[in-house]
Design a protein around this ligand. Structure first.
Ligand code: AHR
Length: 515
């Protein structure tokens, strides 16, 4: 072809938009083989600020807020509706200062401690093991207990397991029965310390690997043939790949069921910025941090694959979410922040990443459930609000335990100054009833995305959906306007001969159901 003809053709292509990137997604409905573990949708409740006290727990006596054994009924109902699969407790950094025996027996006899990590407040231990495990039963969630390695003992953790899990006669099961609970709770998920590289003891990876082996040896109690204890090693902070490498190399894999990873979407640890009053530039940086999860999982998994190609050991992202400055006038140690559409974008995009990596990512825990960091619930005395993050997690719960459908995605970029991110993220699954769900997120702050989905490998006749969006990225639900942001029915998807076309407004999350 002559140069002039080529240039002419190029001009025509560009003029008609043919060379401009399009949003195109192929959903491979016949290639699903991995289950999206429901535990990816887990939550985290620490003795931190107003998460437990003045959050979940309003005390057994005299509260005018309706409660069951001190736990707010409105929170219980909201978490049942959310389908919380597991709840991690009591920390966080608090876990490595927590001595569980302080939190059992008559409440007026329990010792107090100082919560040194979070505000230096007095912890009266009135919310303890029974309260937490009964709460998990009430909301239908599997408990995930974080053991104290930093300042505890092997014996203390082994006793805790025996106390909550042992059916027969033993000193700990006797104590449990004396405290009013005859049947064990059968707790499967156990963390062996938290952030051992930091607040959990400032350990080096090699040292922690040895300590882990010691603890794990005595965490071998089982209560049935198939339901063994699931031990989760304290994992890396964000891109500390050496931590994962050392743990995978030094810990025998028959002593290790899961290895953790913590990653927060924080603009700058010294200048986090307001949760509600932020610029597009700050929004973009937050989304860059959140999108880093894709690379972090890929690279930690590569290391795990090297030592464990059969994928026996799971990756457990047991702390994730946005982290901003605390709301004005609140205790800086309490980490109370509002929750806007920016948080909905973090949640939607991150959950898509987890779903698409569900071959290795088996569990994840959003930090934290009530009144702390990227909370799903905020409370103010008798008032309670559900945040945009709550709504995303609820819309996405259709993926729990469904079969992941692999996708191929081409997306336009969201570009700000010199920086670019994929504008669209997506994941798809088919549930036991044969319904396919597709979750789409457009993180672009200003532009809608036209998306074409090629649904191959199955025939679909109907589509409907829900959308979460708002007028402004900075919008949030408040105690005066609690339902400003809520999912709405979405009828904007057109299905034609197994091709789906959808227009996704800026900063919106859509979940579609196809039959
Ligand atoms: O979620 C708040 C804190 O963040 C946790 O206590 C700790 O594990 C992490 O550094």
């Amino acid at each position: 072809m002559k140069n002039t003809t080529f240039m002419l053709l190029t001009l025509v292509f560009v003029a008609t938009g043919s060379l401009v990137a399009q949003n195109k997604i192929v959903v491979n409905a016949d290639l699903g083989k991995t289950t999206i573990n429901k535990h990816i949708y887990g939550h985290f409740a620490e003795h931190l600020g107003r998460c437990i006290y003045d959050g979940f727990y309003v005390g057994d006596n005299n509260s005018k807020i309706p409660n069951t054994d001190g736990v707010r009924k409105d929170i219980i109902d909201a978490l049942i509706q959310l389908k919380v699969p597991n709840l991690r407790w009591p920390g966080g950094c608090f876990a490595d200062t927590y001595h569980w025996k302080d939190g059992i027996g008559p409440k007026d006899k329990r010792p107090t401690i100082v919560n040194t990590w979070w505000g230096g407040v007095t912890e009266n231990n009135s919310f303890g093991t029974h309260d937490f495990l009964n709460l998990c039963e009430a909301i239908g969630a599997a408990p995930y207990l974080s053991g104290n390695v930093g300042s505890g003992t092997v014996q203390e953790l082994a006793d805790w397991i025996q106390y909550v899990n042992f059916e027969g006669e033993s000193p700990m099961s006797k104590l449990r029965k004396e405290n009013g609970r005859s049947q064990p709770w059968k707790v499967q998920y156990w963390g062996v310390g938290n952030e051992a590289w930091g607040c959990g003891g400032n350990m080096k990876a090699e040292y922690y690997a040895n300590i882990y082996r010691q603890y794990a040896t005595f965490m071998n109690a089982s209560w049935g043939d198939n339901e063994r204890i699931f031990r989760i090693a304290s994992g890396a902070s964000s891109n500390d790949y050496n931590w994962t490498e050392v743990l995978m190399r030094e810990i025998p894999h028959n002593m290790l069921e899961g290895i953790a990873l913590h990653h927060y979407s924080v603009i700058d640890w010294n200048a986090k910025g307001s949760a509600t009053d932020f610029s597009e530039d700050q929004y973009f940086t937050t989304m860059q941090r959140a999108y880093q999860m894709e690379e972090l999982i890929t690279r930690h998994v590569n290391i795990m694959d090297k030592y464990d190609p059969r994928k026996r050991v799971s990756l457990v992202v047991d702390e994730w979410g946005g982290w901003y400055d605390v709301e004005q006038g609140t205790n800086p140690g309490f980490l109370y922040q509002q929750n806007t559409m920016r948080d909905a974008m973090i949640a939607g995009m991150t959950l898509n990443i987890f779903n698409n990596h569900s071959e290795r990512v088996m569990m994840a825990n959003l930090a934290q459930t009530v009144n702390v960091l990227q909370a799903v619930i905020l409370t103010n005395e008798e008032k309670m609000i559900l945040t945009p993050t709550y709504h995303v997690m609820e819309m996405y719960n259709v993926h729990q335990d469904a079969t992941l459908l692999p996708i191929d995605i081409t997306t336009k970029n969201y570009t700000l100054q010199e920086r670019s991110l994929p504008a669209v993220s997506c994941s798809a699954s088919r549930n036991k009833e044969g319904v396919t769900h597709i979750s789409l997120v457009n993180i672009h702050a200003k532009e809608a995305q036209q998306i074409t989905l090629d649904l191959r490998g199955a025939k679909y006749a109907t589509v409907n959906g829900k959308i979460l969006t708002a007028a402004k990225l900075q919008d949030c639900n408040t105690f005066d306007a609690p339902t400003k942001i809520q999912p709405k029915p979405f009828n904007g998807a057109a299905l034609n001969n197994n091709q789906l076309t959808v227009s996704v407004p800026p900063f919106s999350v859509i979940v579609l159901a196809l039959k």
